[in-house]
Design a protein around this ligand. Structure first.
Ligand SMILES: *[C@@H]1O[C@H](CO)[C@@H](O)[C@H](O)[C@H]1NC(C)=O
Ligand SMILES: *[C@@H]1O[C@H](CO)[C@@H](O)[C@H](O)[C@H]1NC(C)=O
Ligand SMILES: *[C@@H]1O[C@H](CO)[C@@H](O)[C@H](O)[C@H]1NC(C)=O
Ligand SMILES: *[C@@H]1O[C@H](CO)[C@@H](O)[C@H](O)[C@H]1NC(C)=O
Ligand SMILES: *[C@@H]1O[C@H](CO)[C@@H](O)[C@H](O)[C@H]1NC(C)=O
Ligand SMILES: *[C@@H]1O[C@H](CO)[C@@H](O)[C@H](O)[C@H]1NC(C)=O
Ligand SMILES: *[C@@H]1O[C@H](CO)[C@@H](O)[C@H](O)[C@H]1NC(C)=O
Length: 371
């Protein structure tokens, strides 16, 4: 309502009234999630309600990627102001293609480097670049002379680019890379053990962490001499007690500050009420918290820009007149979420973040520093 800064008092008053009612009311946010990601669905229901949005959700089965585009086309008929995408990977690529055509903001909450330069994206998950910087600092700080990057197939190595640079011809550092594939990582881990590397950087989705730790333990790679860095910010949402006494040091990241984060405690309580569970704040997965922050990004942007939802059709090659300006406000509006400051670069990537470094050592777990 910037246009109403004139001298006309009554008009100004009407303008403000419209803003306060318009921030969430009558605006519909779309959500697309995998059927079995019930936590993210609950987070979406809860967060949209919290900010007075109407919500419209579609769920898809894993592996049914082609259905995803139909769901998007179905959703946009309702006149959405944006889509929050909890699926990730190839599925997000399909959603992006439709959102791009229709100029509907597409918001991601997971690591994804399939694309960067397309305008209709905003990703709340820390970018590869942010990770690269933090990792490089951490490895130099640890004084590692050699390490092995273990990554799960399908997880792209964009997050560890800088690490390969560390192992260039002019440096003494030795970097090796191994892929973990299938359901059984033990053969690969045994090979890694035989090559006598003791330091590992693990890039895998949060649902694979336990298997990596489990199989490492089984092949004897979690002893005194071993050290791990897990890229997933969800490492410390798991119960790591059983790995603690083997002697291994495991380092991980956390995106939210749990110590003085009243919003996180409240959100956890609300989520528990929504799901009937009894989780502690430290057990909540990052993506579930990012759903809240994604909804808040929409809410705060709508305080600054007036939009009119429009029913769109994929068949008519429609596009939403307000989409690019809304997304622009979302990218440049400096606000705080539960995961601290939400700052984005020109590509809608979250490059400027604070990561808390957490360590599990035989002495227990501790927050080490914030990078
Ligand atoms: C989310 O809300 C929709 C619509 O009210 C409902 O059908 C669905 O069961 C809810 N999902 C969860 C996981 O609470
Ligand atoms: C949502 O609407 C209610 C009732 O109109 C209002 O009290 C509340 O402040 C609104 N919440 C937000 C986040 O705007
Ligand atoms: C992103 O934009 C580029 C160039 O504009 C285009 O070729 C590509 O298909 C787009 N990617 C997606 C996922 O839409
Ligand atoms: C090579 O590695 C050294 C030591 O890590 C680093 O200082 C230097 O910048 C690297 N050189 C290149 C070209 O990446
Ligand atoms: C880890 O290994 C134990 C046996 O050593 C097994 O009982 C357990 O189910 C495994 N957990 C996972 C997540 O693979
Ligand atoms: C593990 O961490 C402890 C405490 O930070 C440190 O003293 C020890 O050297 C570390 N061990 C390895 C193998 O990195
Ligand atoms: C790590 O810290 C949390 C919170 O301080 C605690 O609940 C948990 O039991 C600790 N885990 C281990 C393995 O010490």
């Amino acid at each position: 309502m910037v246009c109403l800064t004139g001298a006309m008092g009554t008009l100004l008053w009407i303008g403000l009234l419209m803003v306060s009612a318009g921030a969430g009311a009558d605006m519909t946010l779309g959500g697309i999630f995998y059927e079995d990601d019930v936590d993210m669905q609950s987070a979406f229901n809860l967060s949209t309600r919290m900010y007075n949005f109407t919500s419209s959700m579609r769920t898809v089965q894993r592996g049914q990627i082609l259905e995803v585009s139909e769901h998007v086309c179905d959703l946009v008929k309702e006149g959405l102001i944006g889509i929050i995408d909890g699926t990730g990977g190839r599925s997000s690529e399909h959603i992006q293609a439709v959102c791009d055509m229709l100029e509907v903001p597409h918001v991601l909450v997971q690591h994804n480097d399939l694309f960067t330069a397309n305008w209709s994206i905003l990703n709340l998950y820390p970018s590869g670049e942010a990770y690269n910087t933090a990792l490089e600092k951490l490895i130099i700080h640890k004084g590692w002379q050699s390490f092995t990057v273990l990554y799960v197939k399908g997880h792209i190595l964009g997050r560890v680019d800088n690490l390969f640079r560390l192992g260039n011809e002019t440096s003494d550092m030795i970097v090796s890379v191994r892929e973990l594939s299938g359901e059984d990582y033990r053969d690969v881990l045994i090979e890694a053990k035989e090559s006598e590397f003791t330091n590992f950087v693990v890039d895998c989705p949060s649902q694979n962490i336990e298997l990596v730790l489990n199989h490492s333990q089984q092949v004897g790679l979690l002893a005194d001499e071993h050290s791990y860095i897990f890229l997933s910010p969800d490492l410390f949402t798991l119960d790591l007690t059983q790995y603690r006494y083997g002697g291994v040091n495991v380092t991980g990241f956390r995106l939210m500050d749990l110590k003085q984060n009243k919003k996180m405690w409240e959100y956890t309580a609300d989520l528990n009420e929504e799901t009937g569970q009894t989780r502690e704040p430290e057990e909540i997965k990052t993506e579930v918290v990012l759903i809240h922050d994604a909804v808040k990004v929409f809410y705060e942007a709508l305080k600054k820009v007036a939009v009119e939802p429009q029913e769109l059709s994929c068949d008519n090659y429609d596009s939403w007149a307000y989409g690019s300006s809304l997304l622009n406000f979302m990218r440049t509006n400096k606000i705080n979420g539960i995961t601290r400051q939400l700052l984005f670069d020109g590509f809608g990537q979250r490059t400027n973040i604070n990561l808390e470094i957490m360590e599990l050592t035989p002495a227990g777990n501790q927050s080490v520093s914030i990078l």
